[in-house]
Design a protein around this ligand. Sequence first.
Ligand code: HEM
Length: 164
Amino acid sequence: MGCAISGSGLTPRTAESRHTEDEAPARLTPDHIQLIRESWKVIQEDIAKVGIIMFVRVMSFIEKSVARLDQLERLETLARELGRSHFRYNAPPKYYGYVGAEFICAVRPVLKDRWTPELEQAWQTLFQYVTAIMEDGYLEEERSRRSHTLTSSKQRPDKRNTAI
Ligand code: HEM
């Protein structure tokens, strides 16, 4: 997946090059404005939906995690399985930190002045803990897929050999 914006006038330029290239400033026509307004509604609704779904998923996971805080081995099993399923979703660990940070930002206002630096530290630690286990699960799944692929390609005879 990629975003092909190069050559579209959206690639970064310095203030100096903007002057020397002697280019007319971009002009927003009424058509542009109408197109932007119409598409923004769709973008906004869709992104809000994605955000809400993601937040609900994370909330339900946190609810289960909180219920397992005095049975850490059960919490570990849950987080490991989640990491394994995230390999299947193609959602790599490098992004898990953002989810924790977003979650903390979203819940902070709920607790108003009951939110303290110690509480923030506690939530951060919970996310670090579960996302580290998720990462283990992700890597386990990746390894098991890789060894499965290797084994099945060894078992399947190469067509060139069987043709002799
Ligand atoms: C702390 C990090 C995260 C947590 C706690 C979390 C939690 C969850 C949960 C509870 C589910 C429900 C399905 C299941 O249990 O397997 C889920 C599904 C999913 N998550 Fe995450 N997630 C996290 C990070 C991410 C990230 C970073 C991405 C994308 C880069 C992602 C993409 C997905 C996708 C694609 C699904 C499956 C959607 C579907 O087909 O229903 N997740 N996640």
